[in-house]
Design a protein around this ligand. Structure first.
Ligand code: NAG
Ligand code: NAG
Ligand code: NAG
Ligand code: NAG
Length: 309
């Protein structure tokens, strides 16, 4: 049973295969000039960041041209230890300052970027999906990034984890991010965001993902003012329909018992049965136990079942 794949699994499997093929294609097609590209990427990153504690300066030494030498750099993980092809960059909590490092686009097959808990500022680039097309984990939390969350993130199809919390981001969250079907962790708490939040498929994205902003609404949060108006109309309509239905049922029941009453009256030669009918009318819940307890009393049983038809 657990081995059976449903449609969603097949789509996932398909995506995974496509990603694998794409990565293989990227790695293979660029292998001839892979080394200069990824080395250039890290050189650019190092040059663009202020590194007051010398983390990069002491470790990122470009004077060694051995294949795979960048894979020993602090925070750099390669696809293979003997190949200068960057898989992940993790530079968390190093006191780094500066803008989002633009040179990152030259690490063309990177899947994870963690720049959390630094002092980076300025905007997140609008074309981030072109810079990081295969990104699965992006952690820019606990910096001073400002401006809006770029719409282009919605094109990062493989994103599982997007952490933008504890920055100074403003504006609204692009609703298109809800299309990212692999998203499992999403946090934008402690920013200055407002407006409607995207609707994600994952149930793990809850209220705390959005805490401490200027006024977010929708999804797991309280519904948005504009939406409330719409849903109020819906509630009124539903109430009207419900009211009419209730009245119809009520009238139907009254008419039904009215007509039954005539039948029961005819059976007043069975006073016990009449008493039953009265009891049943008052208490719906005991119907089943009545039926079981009195299964032998066929005549009474018939009376009950006819009352509840
Ligand atoms: C870096 O990436 C940009 C954009 O993809 C490209 O135009 C440029 O040639 C790359 N530089 C190197 C040294 O690979
Ligand atoms: C980088 O490290 C070298 C020695 O490893 C040192 O001479 C140089 O001053 C450092 N640069 C900065 C900007 O701290
Ligand atoms: C260059 O890097 C390789 C692999 O990290 C290391 O074994 C070698 O000692 C390094 N050479 C120099 C001159 O730093
Ligand atoms: C997302 O990708 C589509 C298709 O490649 C493209 O047309 C669109 O401009 C992209 N959107 C952004 C915001 O980059």
């Amino acid at each position: 049973m657990h081995m059976m794949l449903n449609g969603k699994d097949f789509v996932r499997l398909g995506h995974t295969l496509i990603l694998s093929v794409m990565v293989v294609v990227v790695v293979c097609s660029s292998s001839s000039y892979a080394t200069p590209t990824d080395i250039y990427c890290l050189k650019t990153i190092k040059a663009s960041l202020e590194d007051p504690y010398n983390y990069l300066n002491s470790s990122w030494d470009f004077n060694n041209n051995t294949e795979g030498f960048i894979c020993k750099f602090t925070g750099v993980e390669c696809w293979h230890p003997d190949e200068n092809k960057v898989l992940n960059i993790r530079l968390s909590d190093m006191g780094l300052k500066g803008k989002f490092p633009r040179g990152i686009e030259n690490c063309s097959s990177m899947t994870g970027l963690d720049l959390s808990s630094n002092k980076l500022s300025g905007p997140i680039p609008n074309d981030i999906s072109q810079k990081l097309p295969f990104i699965t984990t992006l952690d820019l939390s606990s910096n001073s990034f400002s401006g809006e969350i770029p719409l282009s993130l919605a094109n990062c199809t493989y994103l599982n984890v997007l952490k933008l919390d504890n920055n100074q981001l403003t504006g609204s969250i692009p609703l298109q991010l809800g299309q990212l079907s692999r998203m499992k962790t999403f946090s934008v708490s402690n920013n200055r965001l407002s407006g409607q939040v995207p609707i994600f498929g994952s149930s793990s994205i809850q209220v705390d993902s959005y805490a401490n902003n200027l006024g977010l609404c929708g999804g797991p949060l309280a519904s948005c003012p504009g939406i409330v108006k719409k849903s109020r109309v819906g509630i009124i309509a539903a109430a009207a329909v419900g009211g009419v239905t209730f009245m119809a049922i009520f009238v139907g029941i009254v008419l039904y018992y009215f007509s039954r009453g005539v039948v029961i009256k005819k059976k007043e030669d069975d006073p016990e049965g009449n008493q039953w009918a009265k009891n049943i009318k008052g208490t719906k819940g005991i119907k089943a136990s009545f039926l079981i307890q009195n299964i032998a009393h066929r005549k009474k049983l018939f009376l009950i079942s006819s009352l509840h038809k």
